[in-house]
Ligand binder design. Structure first.
Ligand SMILES: [Zn+2]
Ligand SMILES: [Zn+2]
Length: 271
């Protein structure tokens, strides 16, 4: 048995994504607006999760105040208020993508909580983009998207009475709607040149073309081919979105669907 606890720390930093040996045109093509040499900034939110055994006497694993001090020591001395490309020695040569920052923080913090284990680091660039790392060589990169759609929860394989009993008001024949938030996670090794697991502009384009253009402002039951014979519960929406993206995203790892702020569903690739 082990316990996990997570501490959040915020910081602000500036950066740009550029490779000095590349032409201006190539930098713009690969990194888009992030390539501007003047830089831009983010309010980052870092989540550090530590795992360990519960100390029965004190009732804690590790003092969260000590954990906070260890994290802030790195963040305040190296990241907060800095222009990473210009003021952080490591990022003078390594592109400070969210993936590379997560990897750096993992390597820097991993031995600082002994005898406890660093279990996970997640770094939000903003609410719609985050990267995370656990033990091992891979990094997970997640983008969050929004779409609005109507649906009716109704299964062809159940009687009208059963549908009514299971789905209640969600079985209304005319349907109802949600503001869905979709999380698309890819998992892989960080490209040693670009610092990215996958090119974000390409990812956005694929998700827009394969998913959002088909689901946004649609009635899932009546207007989306994939749901003609499927009950569009959010479990099924997550599975269908996974199937829509899989042929186009070899590193696809996970689909998360926020149906409302209170309901979250996840479809994970087979290990
Ligand atoms: Zn940025
Ligand atoms: Zn609903």
């Amino acid at each position: 048995m082990s316990m996990r606890l997570m501490r959040k720390v915020g910081f602000s930093a500036a950066h740009y994504y550029r490779i000095s040996s590349w032409s201006e045109e190539k930098n713009r093509q690969i990194f888009g607006p992030c390539s501007s040499p003047y830089g831009h900034g983010h309010d980052y939110s870092l989540e550090v999760t530590v795992e360990g055994a519960l100390d029965v006497k004190s009732g804690i694993v590790v003092n969260i105040t000590d954990m906070d001090r260890v994290i802030k020591d790195v963040i305040e001395n190296e990241f907060d208020g800095r222009f990473l490309n210009r003021e952080h020695p490591y990022f003078e040569t390594v592109v400070p993508t969210t993936e590379n920052i997560v990897k750096y923080l993992w390597n820097t913090l991993k031995d600082k909580f002994r005898p406890h284990t660093l279990q996970k680091i997640r770094l939000y660039e903003h609410a719609f983009l985050f990267a995370e790392k656990e033990e091992g060589p891979l990094v997970q990169f997640t983008r969050k998207y929004h779409f609005s759609a109507a649906h009716r929860l109704h299964s062809d394989q159940l009687s009208d009475e059963e549908n009514q009993r299971i789905f209640g008001k969600c079985n209304n024949p005319y349907g109802h709607g949600h503001n869905y938030y979709l999380e698309v996670s890819v998992k892989g090794e960080i490209d040693s040149v670009t610092g990215m697991v996958t090119n974000m502009a390409d990812l956005d384009e694929i998700v827009q073309r394969e998913v959002l253009s088909k689901l946004d402002h649609k009635h899932l039951n009546y207007e989306v081919e994939e749901f003609k014979h499927l009950n569009p519960t959010s479990e099924v929406v997550a599975m269908v979105v996974y199937q829509m993206l899989e042929p186009h995203l070899p590193q696809l790892h996970k689909i998360g669907i926020w149906e409302t702020e209170k309901n979250y569903f996840e479809y994970v690739a087979a290990p």
